[in-house]
Design a protein around this ligand. Structure first.
Ligand SMILES: Nc1ncnc2c1ncn2[C@@H]1O[C@H](COP(=O)(O)OP(=O)(O)O)[C@@H](O)[C@H]1O
Ligand SMILES: [Mg+2]
Length: 267
């Protein structure tokens, strides 16, 4: 049996022991609207890769924004590397579905954007950007402009930019949702490789169960209205993760198991 599925336990009390990303009794509503997230307790360990799946509108993006410090929580507590999100911004990178590249900047100029915002010197920025572009296999297009790139390449630039500040926490909101399946699979494999090299903590939102299973140490299933934790599912395989994993029975079994859990919160 490749995967252990456990119904989540009752919320744990707030303790001093904490992960790299910690949410304690978090609730969120926008203005006077309905409760969007209700009593979220979640602790993500250093170097852990956690995916969040759940029905549309259940609050996945909101949860990521709370961790990023891009929106305020209504009650509870969020900590990133032990401090409030707004104070941890420098150790976090955010990737969205849209690669959000500046059309008037070259590929390298786009990668340099985040180190520039961190106040890094020009020569140092250029060195890191070149290193990151090589890491994602894009050195040959460093001087091209975004319009000259395919969707997959644009997203690779976005990854290079996100990693160029050497984040300890990488937040990704459906980064590959707009790509075709083959490109998405290739980028998933790349993400695994990049992660093995630098061990950031990953929080990843996706609609694809297969993608979540392929990438994650744990999958969190959210139920909707209000958004709440339904399942916390550890994902283990007997072999190391690479493209061949997708062809194995244990992978398929895991996908089916997680899909069933997801379907159960859709009803
Ligand atoms: N800035 C906002 N103001 C008001 N309501 C919002 C805002 N952002 C999201 N919402 C609402 O919060 C709920 C959760 O949204 P979101 O976090 O984007 O869900 P998901 O990413 O799971 O699709 C939805 O009902 C959405 O309409
Ligand atoms: Mg969303």
């Amino acid at each position: 049996m490749a995967i252990r599925l456990e119904k989540i336990q009752e919320p744990q009390p707030i303790t001093a022991s904490s992960g790299q990303v910690d949410l304690r009794s978090v609730t969120k509503r926008y203005g006077n609207g309905d409760l969007v997230l209700d009593n979220i307790n979640l602790s993500i360990a250093e170097s852990e890769f956690v995916s969040i799946i759940g029905p549309s509108g259940c609050g996945k993006s909101t949860l990521l924004k709370l961790v990023a410090g891009l929106t305020r929580l209504s009650s509870g507590k969020v900590r990133v590397a032990g401090v409030e999100p707004v104070r941890a911004r420098k150790v976090m990178s955010f990737m969205f579905q849209d690669a959000t590249l500046l059309p008037w900047r070259t590929v390298q100029g786009n990668v340099e954007l985040s180190t520039e915002l961190h106040g890094m010197k020009k020569t140092e920025r250029a060195t890191i950007a070149k290193e990151m572009l090589s890491l994602v296999g894009l050195s040959h297009v460093a001087h091209q402009f975004p319009r000259q790139l395919s969707g997959g390449m644009k997203m690779r630039v976005s990854i290079a930019r996100a990693l160029s500040t050497h984040p300890t926490v990488l937040l990704m909101d459906e980064p590959f949702a707009a790509l075709d399946e083959m490109t998405r699979n290739r980028l998933n494999e790349e993400l695994l490789r990049l992660r093995a090299e630098s061990r950031w903590t990953g929080l990843f939102v996706t609609h694809s169960v297969a993608e979540a299973v392929f990438l994650s140490d744990r999958i969190i299933v959210l139920a909707a209205q209000p958004g709440r934790l339904a399942y916390d599912l550890p994902i283990h395989f007997t072999v190391s993760r690479n493209a061949e994993l997708r062809l194995r029975d244990e992978f398929e079994e895991a996908v089916i198991d997680v899909s069933k859990k997801l379907r159960s919160v859709m009803n």
